[in-house]
Design a protein around this ligand. Structure first.
Ligand code: KG4
Ligand code: ZN
Length: 355
């Protein structure tokens, strides 16, 4: 086979992601050995400034911003990758879970481009994309993987036996981890998004100042509950009978509360993930999703993991929402013949068992 022919046959996939408040497009190509994904471009237009004044993502505002941004972001991703549309071998887009109106924008744009350019199309699950990000960043990591996906909308542990297989083994019964960070950021008056701001405030605080609860469901369960930690922080900062939105008590040390809250979250997330890794006897443990950008979490997982497991943590750009993970997984799906019909609809519901 000549090098020219190989270059044409290699997957070069455009991925589109609009499940929440980032409008993202990326071009990913596979190397000749078929094992490694090369990210030729990954463009992420964040809307966080738009949502900041509301203290959270406003779905209607998110949809309008996606509509305005999607085509320029796609154009930028192709230009940055130096890939003409004739060189693409397929298009992938997130179909769910997420905000249904936001999902519809990226999914419709991708379907329209696939139709107009006569390219195969595949619909990718956003959470599966976060899990696949681990494979993209660490192509040599041995399967099965136990992956904690912790983001603003989801917190769950999966066992992944191959790039295309995923089984849910535990999930939050109430808030997502990122949601708890965002709510505590708001209680402490740090603004939105709370996660990175709580982490920043925690740097000057004492993680042992307060023993916030580490709720669990006993041995054998890999489920999470974060509402107890969040309520404990609320009562600590505002008193038990304070009105909603009341002021912080004057003696509250924001840095100590942030550090103690973060320590409790990290303990629970790491303990449950390592327990799953031990129970399923996997060689690889990983974290992904926006909360995986947290330095204390990354450091604690790497430090507390037994030497028998390899800890794989994607770089920040692959942990937070991005379209490279969608393009990479999309290329795998197309390789496996998992092309989707253009009639496929957005589906906001999370993975309940396995894919
Ligand atoms: O995966 P992601 O970018 O979007 C969703 O799919 O939700 O995750 C966003 C979430 C937000 O709740 C944000 O506060 C949290 O990830 N996050 C963090 C950090 N950076 C982002 N949480 C804790 N520490 C961080 N450094
Ligand atoms: Zn996400």
């Amino acid at each position: 086979m000549s090098p020219e022919t190989r270059a044409v046959e290699r997957p070069v996939v455009l991925g589109i992601e609009t499940s929440c408040d980032e409008t993202a497009a990326a071009v990913v190509a596979r190397t000749d050995d078929g094992g490694t994904d090369r990210i030729l471009s990954s463009i992420v237009a964040s809307q966080s400034k738009l949502h900041e004044r509301w203290g959270g993502v406003v779905p209607e505002v998110a949809c309008r911003a996606h509509l305005e941004t999607i085509l320029p972001v796609v154009q930028e991703s192709l230009a940055k990758a130096s890939v003409a549309r004739e060189q693409l071998t397929g298009i992938a887009a997130t179909y769910g879970p997420g905000l249904v109106g936001a999902l519809l924008v990226g999914l419709s744009a991708a379907k329209a481009l696939a139709f107009a350019w006569d390219l195969p199309f595949t619909a990718v699950n956003h959470i599966h994309g976060h899990v696949y990000a681990v494979r993209m960043a660490h192509p040599d990591a041995e399967y099965p993987h136990v992956v904690l996906v912790a983001s603003g909308g989801h917190t769950a542990i999966y066992v992944s036996r191959s790039p295309l297989e995923l089984r849910l083994v535990g999930s939050t019964v109430d808030d997502a981890a990122g949601e708890a960070f965002d709510k505590v950021g708001s209680i402490l008056g740090l603004g939105y998004p709370g996660g990175p701001r709580v982490e920043c405030a925690a740097k000057d605080g004492n993680p042992k100042a307060f023993a916030f609860p580490r709720s669990g469901f006993g041995a054998g369960s890999f489920d999470f509950s974060f509402s107890g930690i969040k309520t404990a922080v609320l009562y600590h900062c505002r008193g038990q009978n304070a009105p909603k939105g009341g002021a912080l008590r004057p003696d509250v040390n924001v840095a100590d509360v942030a550090a103690s809250f973060q320590a409790a979250m990290v303990d629970v997330l790491v303990e449950r993930t390592l327990a799953a890794a031990a129970a399923f006897r996997v060689p690889t443990v990983a974290i992904s999703g926006g909360v995986a950008a947290n330095g204390a979490l990354r450091e604690a997982l790497a430090r507390r993991a037994p030497r028998s497991v390899r800890v794989c943590i994607p770089p920040m750009s692959l942990c937070t929402d991005n379209a490279a993970m969608i393009a990479g997984l999309g290329a795998r799906r197309l390789d496996a013949g998992l092309e989707d019909d253009l009639s496929i609809e957005a589906d906001p519901t999370p993975i309940r068992a396995e894919v």
